[in-house]
Design a protein. Structure first.
Ligand SMILES: Cc1cc2nc3c(=O)[nH]c(=O)nc-3n(C[C@H](O)[C@H](O)[C@H](O)COP(=O)(O)OP(=O)(O)OC[C@H]3O[C@@H](n4cnc5c(N)ncnc54)[C@H](O)[C@@H]3O)c2cc1C
Ligand code: FES
Length: 367
């Protein structure tokens, strides 16, 4: 009854305030109360390493609790333009304060990650999507787990480890983690403390620049997978979750497939796996965004999403790697190349994913 009268009052107020809706005013007072868009407010920013930081975010109305391992579409204003990227939730589900955390590593030349690590203050309002993703533990947690991570790939696994530790449900876990140096291990102190306290968690760190000096040549930027797995001889009998650079994940997929245990490996990619294409044969073209009237010349390796953004076109996007389909747009003319497979396809009227499609000649997009 109380809900019905509240809804009536809200509708009446909306009508009186036409053409502005009640939600427009609500958003002005406190965006977190909006029922139209999910917002979040950054409550704290905590440096983790020299180039990574954790943001504590208080989500607004409509937020649904994440499952450990899932990611959240997060948009922040950069030079007046909202830019969205996906970030794994690094905190455990069910925090008593209702907040959640993401941990971002600044990518050189990146438009959003640098802003989140170095340019965001407590009080900043960000746009959020609901948590999503399949990189999660099953309801019945396997008895033996291998987590294979590198760099910022630790973030979804950190949420799982924190969750397991809080529930006092840590099974037999091996965590093989690779980073440039001890100081570059995101959550390093917490991981080492957890492994000290929890007998069933074994942590093996591999440092590629042990001195931590960026000017020094690396021992190896990425250790061969076989070298990492030497610390876990029963890897093929464990349920494995892997998150890290594309090369590491591709190598793991091959190894697990060849060992006949591909079904025991789940991977989370932060960037799409790009197919090798003969650079001489592949051509780009001029992309014409027909609704906005913008045109941009682009090469055969640049996603149409990035080309459009660089030309100032408002491009819908979510995961930016071919999973969520938020970026699907209508092809007006021309053909595109799927960057994941290298295959050319498309005809006028087809719907394409702009985040994993590049121009294969001149192209019209209905945006
Ligand atoms: C499911 C999912 C979960 C993710 N979780 C996290 C997370 O927890 N923490 C985190 O830091 N990032 C995470 N990412 C990556 C994140 O979404 C962004 O891609 C990353 O922050 C770079 O964005 P940017 O705007 O700074 O770079 P852009 O401006 O988009 O790109 C700038 C340059 O950096 C390159 N680049 C883009 N992404 C990466 C990358 N991940 N590594 C190296 N080079 C890159 C691009 O090719 C380009 O050359 C996740 C991505 C996905 C799909
Ligand atoms: S942005 Fe998610 S599929 Fe393209």
């Amino acid at each position: 009854m109380r809900t019905a009268s509240r809804r009536l009052a809200s509708t009446a107020a909306s009508l009186l305030m036409t053409p502005l809706r009640l939600d427009d005013f609500v958003e002005l007072v406190n965006p977190l109360w909006s029922s139209r868009q999910l917002w979040g407010r950054v409550e704290a920013v905590r440096p983790e390493t020299t180039d990574a930081a954790t943001l504590t975010i208080r989500p607004g109305r409509g937020w649904r609790e994440h499952r450990a391992g899932q990611y959240v579409g997060t948009a922040v204003r950069v030079a007046g333009v909202w830019r969205q990227r996906a970030y794994s939730v690094s905190s455990a589900p069910g925090r008593p304060d209702g907040c959640f955390e993401i941990t971002v590593k600044a990518v050189a030349g990146g438009r959003v990650s640098g802003q989140l690590v170095y340019g965001v203050m407590p009080g900043t309002v960000v746009r959020l999507d609901s948590p999503t993703g399949e990189f999660v533990l099953p309801q019945t947690v396997p008895e033996r787990i291998l987590f294979l991570t590198a760099g910022s790939g630790i973030t979804p696994v950190m949420s799982m480890l924190r969750d397991l530790a809080l529930r006092d449900a840590m099974p037999d876990v091996v965590l093989l983690h690779s980073a440039r140096s001890r100081a570059d291990v995101i959550f390093g102190a917490e991981l080492r403390g957890l492994a000290d306290r929890c007998a069933s968690l074994r942590l093996h760190e591999r440092h590629t620049r042990p001195g931590g000096d960026a000017a020094r040549p690396a021992d190896r930027e990425r250790p061969p997978l076989a070298e990492l797995l030497a610390a876990c001889p029963d890897w093929s009998r464990r349920s494995t979750w892997a998150c890290g650079p594309s090369g590491l994940l591709a190598e793991a997929e091959t190894l697990w497939r060849e060992a006949g245990v591909a079904d025991r490996l789940r991977v989370e990619r932060f960037r799409p796996a790009i197919a090798d294409v003969d650079a001489g044969a592949a051509v780009g073209g001029t992309v014409h965004f027909t609704r906005s009237g913008r045109r941009v010349a682009t090469d055969a390796g640049t996603p149409l999403l990035a080309a459009g953004e660089s030309a100032g076109v408002l491009m819908p996007s979510g995961c930016r790697m071919g999973i969520c389909r938020t970026c699907v747009s209508r092809l007006g003319a021309g053909r595109v190349r799927d960057l994941r497979t290298g295959v050319e396809h498309g005809e006028a009227g087809d719907y394409i994913q702009t985040c994993v499609s590049a121009a294969a000649g001149d192209v019209d997009i209905d945006l």
